[in-house]
Ligand binder design. Structure first.
Ligand SMILES: [Zn+2]
Length: 136
């Protein structure tokens, strides 16, 4: 099995429960599972808020050695922050305080039709075994 679990979701608020369920299945049994699910929820809520409703967003969860990397990619939309906004402003606009608190590192990549937000939740695993199969 490959190291990345990914799934696409419609950019709708009612999908957030499915996102949490997916993330919970992926990280079931991992020591940082609760934090990962929280971070995924936050990033997904952001993606929904800032996406056009007609576009899907993608959630990726990868287990690295010493961290779980979470990525949420959306296609932007009318509500997304303007390109060229300074980093701190963009951060506030995206309401990522919780993610900043939970993760050892995180960042945002903006492209004209694509916004990606990633974060890494630290863990003490020295290897990077595949995460739960239940979500496959
Ligand atoms: Zn781990």
């Amino acid at each position: 099995m490959t190291g990345t679990n990914m799934r696409e979701f419609p950019a709708l608020l009612e999908e957030l429960g499915h996102v949490r369920h997916f993330a919970g299945g992926v990280v079931a049994g991992h020591p940082a599972a609760d934090d990962v699910v929280l971070a995924v929820s936050e990033l997904a809520a952001n993606a929904v808020e800032h996406s056009a409703a007609s576009r899907d967003f993608e959630v990726r969860i990868t287990h690295l050695a010493g961290a779980v990397r979470v990525e949420v990619h959306d296609h932007g939309g009318a509500g997304r922050p303007r390109l060229g906004v300074a980093g701190a402003e963009a951060t506030r606009g995206r309401g990522l305080f919780l993610v900043d608190h939970l993760s050892r590192d995180w960042g945002i990549t903006h492209q004209p039709d694509h916004t990606g937000v990633w974060c890494e939740i630290g863990c003490s695993c020295t290897e990077s075994p595949a995460l739960g199969r239940a979500a496959a």
